[in-house]
Design a protein around this ligand. Structure first.
Ligand SMILES: Cc1ncc(COP(=O)(O)O)c(C=O)c1O
Length: 410
């Protein structure tokens, strides 16, 4: 059998399993041309005496897709979260429970809304918030639980909802990576009080840079509108401003792109989901590699990452990073995702104490054993794109088997 590519042999996938992304066609071009010709490049309501803006149409269609009353487009996923935390009325010193395994913005958005992130550990089999750790972290200052459907895998929303109801807490879903994921037949983003999505380039629904918030409550709708439209109320005139607030509107060009991309999302999600299930079955062929837990309550998975769980003990003690390098050399695109539990990021030790309102946390002293193990030695993340074609899974299986057969050479 050929040598490992890392030792000079031929790689299994010399093209690196490169896939087209974003996928665009005539629909996107027509939408952009439409906006260009109309001259209505701004989505503010007062430019549309007749008809509706494309951003508004996207918001309505996205709300219907997710199953909420409202959706509001914003410039990015970080601002979606920040606005959501402001809309639920977060005050300086209020705590928000955040998983340690996620992207930086999940917690920086809490700080931007003047809240205090409290990091907790995750379930080792799902990489999502551990409900027992959430329960243990609740204090008199806790205002909300931020659920992150990390990589597109849903958190245990039955348990989280129950804890939130018992303690009268808001649930904000960071669904930045989970467009199309379903829990018991309902889409994430409709399961908490507010859902926040990123529409950045790598995400399953994208316009390059963008975000969208989903929610049902009319009062939240008033606040989101006001905080994202320079303090205007839904009913107020153009120069009537009720709170000091920023402008978080999306441009019409992005609205047009999103309408076209949203049409593509259900088919792409189904395809990735079916291929992801197939990959999970095939992985049983390789000792020492597993994936996240199968759970019948997950009725569909949108993917941002496909996670492999690497068990060094079954690989002669070879470190995950050395194994990963060998896999990359075979042409399999993979990484450690976000590298470190969030509290290890120096940014949190540098929060201005004034913002914490006497409720300062010692982030340097934090320790979440599962989060640390996952990032230090277990998790291997593969971006969603390979899931578009089943042939890629055959190639990845071949590469995994090849590295397995040659493990003595690593
Ligand atoms: C889990 C998570 N939350 C929040 C964000 C922030 O989204 P954006 O990059 O659109 O600001 C991202 C995006 O990468 C993310 O992955």
């Amino acid at each position: 059998m050929a040598d490992l590519a890392i030792n000079g042999g031929d790689p299994v996938a010399p093209d690196g399993l490169r896939e087209e992304w974003p996928i665009v066609g005539d629909c996107e071009r027509e939408q952009l041309e439409d906006v260009l010709k109309s001259g209505n490049w701004c989505s503010a309501g007062f430019y549309f005496e007749e008809g509706e803006s494309k951003v508004k149409r996207f918001e309505d269609e996205f709300a219907e897709y997710i199953g909420t009353e409202y959706a509001t487009g914003v410039p990015n996923g970080t601002q979606a979260l920040e606005l959501a935390f402001r809309a639920i009325g977060l005050k300086p010193g209020d705590e928000v429970i955040v998983p340690s395994v996620t992207f930086f913005a999940s917690a920086s958005a809490v700080v931007l809304a003047n809240g205090v992130p409290v990091f907790v550990d995750v379930d080792p089999e799902t990489y999502q918030l551990d409900p027992a750790a959430v329960e243990a972290a609740i204090t008199e200052h806790t205002k909300a639980i931020e659920v992150v459907h990390y990589g597109g895998y849903p958190a245990d929303m039955d348990a989280i909802r129950e804890i939130a109801d018992t303690h009268d807490l808001y649930v904000v879903e960071d669904a930045a990576e989970a467009h199309g994921t379903e829990w018991n037949g309902e889409k994430v983003g409709s399961l908490g009080d507010m859902g926040c999505f990123s529409l950045q380039l790598g995400k399953p629904l994208t316009c390059g840079e963008g975000g969208v918030i989903t929610y049902d409550d009319d009062e939240l709708a008033e606040r989101v509108y006001s905080y994202s439209h320079l303090g205007r109320s839904i009913e107020s005139g153009k120069y009537e401003h009720h709170v000091p607030a920023g402008n978080y509107r999306l441009s019409e060009f992005l609205g047009g792109i999103l309408l076209a991309q949203l049409n593509r999302l259900p088919e792409q999600t189904d395809r990735r989901y079916k291929n992801g299930e197939y990959f999970a079955e095939r992985l049983a062929e390789i000792d020492g590699i597993d994936t996240l837990k199968q759970d019948p309550r997950i009725t569909k998975r949108g993917y941002y990452f496909y996670f492999l769980r690497y068990d060094a003990e079954q690989w002669n003690g070879i470190h995950r990073d050395d194994f990963m390098e060998a896999l990359q050399a075979e042409g399999v695109p993979c990484s450690t995702a976000h590298n470190d539990p969030l509290y290890r990021n120096p940014a949190f030790a540098n929060i201005d104490p004034v913002l914490q309102h006497g409720n300062e946390k010692d982030y340097d002293a934090m320790h979440c054993p599962e989060a640390e193990r996952i990032y230090d030695s277990e998790a291997i993340a593969m971006g969603k794109d390979f899931l578009m074609h089943r042939e890629n899974i055959g190639k990845i299986m071949e590469a995994l088997q090849k590295v397995r057969d040659h493990k003595e050479e690593l």
